[in-house]
Design a protein around this ligand. Structure first.
Ligand code: ZN
Length: 177
């Protein structure tokens, strides 16, 4: 694996809180970015990673994540567009969620249990990824990142505060030791 492990940006870093720019150059640099993203995701033991989580302001995410059948799915999506089931057709999955950019805590967050993402691979070929189970959650979580939105921004004010408090406490602890 060619990628280079890069530090993960943490909540509060501006690049995480603004919408990323669309990719218009499907060249070598994009391939390198995807390799670095995979390497960084595996190092951090995540199931998905958005480019702004390694400080790059571009609409790209990678994933390596099981679906509802336990099948491992892996890929890169560039310029993703998320499609969710229609409201009457939507079932919510009320599972726990966490984020490498808010390391430590998890919180329950209801999301649709199916999601589809349309976009491109690193060569510019169109791809469609259909996700169920954890992969459905991952596809939504990563496209949110590219809009500058963290999962904690979807929590109640109270739950958000609790997550951030736990995160800060863990950080203070690790800096003290
Ligand atoms: Zn995340």
């Amino acid at each position: 694996m060619a990628g280079r492990v890069r530090p993960i940006t943490l909540v509060g870093t501006p690049v995480l809180h603004q919408a990323c720019r669309p990719v218009d150059d499907f060249g070598e640099a994009l391939r390198e970015l995807a390799d670095d993203m995979f390497a960084s995701m595996y190092e951090a033991e995540g199931v998905g990673l958005a480019a702004n989580q390694i400080g790059v302001d571009l609409r790209v995410f990678v994933y390596d994540c099981p679906d509802a059948d336990g099948e491992r799915r892996k890929g890169v999506v560039v310029n993703p567009v998320l499609e969710l089931p229609a409201l009457d057709d939507r079932r919510l999955d009320d599972d726990e969620e966490g984020c490498l950019s808010v390391p430590g805590p998890h919180a329950r967050l209801a999301r649709p249990d199916r999601a589809v993402v349309h976009g491109f691979d690193v060569t510019g070929t169109e791809v469609t990824v259909e996700g169920t189970g954890l992969l459905a959650r991952c596809l939504q979580h990563e496209t949110d990142h590219l809009e500058g939105r963290l999962y904690i921004d979807r929590l109640s004010a109270r739950a958000r505060k609790k997550v951030l408090k736990e995160y800060e406490a863990l950080r203070a602890e690790s800096q003290a030791s």
